[in-house]
Design a protein around this ligand. Structure first.
Ligand SMILES: NC(=O)c1ccc[n+]([C@@H]2O[C@H](COP(=O)([O-])OP(=O)(O)OC[C@H]3O[C@@H](n4cnc5c(N)ncnc54)[C@H](OP(=O)(O)O)[C@@H]3O)[C@@H](O)[C@H]2O)c1
Length: 191
């Protein structure tokens, strides 16, 4: 279970500091789990206030939210300065499209989790075709698309493979032309 009570959050932050050998954690996301399947409404006042206290004590530099609804982000911003939001989003899962643009306007970073589809990696004929035309891999195109989608998107794709890591780093330099973007747009629309 993710930490949610004030005591659990304090323990988790101190555990992280000790395990990482740090005096301060650069950013801590409060992970909201009112529903295991995705963002769901519920007040974050108590846990976020606890996290903000840890920030005031100098143990946490920045605070983010994960699995958050728009309403929770609004509530959270009244309690603490929110620097990032980490929600599920990728070429096929476009539920946060409007939210991403709102966060960009507010200067808040958006960190998509499962950027490559997570446990069921993205698979699409369109993606494969576009990648082939560009001489890239489908996963590189999926990442380039995210980076091109909005200026506030930060990517942390997970990999256990050095070859994939190198491929993923190279994706940062891949520029998708308008025609490719239009084709990729159909993936989210069909999902
Ligand atoms: N806040 C939350 O609630 C939450 C929930 C889930 C995840 N996360 C975070 O989100 C981040 C990403 O999650 P994730 O790693 O589970 O999902 P992901 O990045 O969408 O997918 C990772 C999968 O893609 C494969 N992959 C990576 N690069 C590839 C490449 N170039 N070609 C082919 N396959 C490739 C990986 O396999 P290989 O190992 O074989 O490369 C792995 O199976 C992590 O930092 C995670 O901690 C947060």
């Amino acid at each position: 279970m993710p930490a949610f009570s004030a005591a659990e959050l304090r323990t988790a932050v101190h555990d992280n500091l000790r395990n990482l050998g740090l005096d301060v954690l650069e950013v801590v996301n409060l992970r909201l789990m009112f529903d295991v399947h995705g963002p769901a409404e519920g007040s974050l006042e108590a846990p976020l206030t606890a996290l903000a206290e840890l920030q005031q004590q100098g143990l946490v530099r920045h605070i983010g939210l994960s699995n958050a609804t728009r309403q929770q982000i609004v509530e959270g911003r009244r309690i603490a300065r929110i620097v990032c939001v980490q929600n599920q989003y990728n070429l096929a899962q476009r539920g946060d499209d409007a939210l991403i643009d709102e966060l960009a306007a507010a200067g808040i970073a958006y960190v998509p989790f499962f950027p490559l589809g997570g446990f069921s990696p993205l698979q699409s004929d369109v993606l494969t075709r576009v990648a082939g035309e560009l001489g890239a891999t489908p996963m590189q195109v999926a990442q380039a698309w995210l980076l091109q989608r909005a200026p506030n998107i930060l990517l942390i794709p997970g990999t256990s493979s050095l070859a994939h890591l190198q491929e993923n780093l190279a994706a940062a330099h891949l520029v998708l032309p308008a025609q490719a973007l239009a084709a990729l747009e159909t993936i989210g629309a069909a999902a």
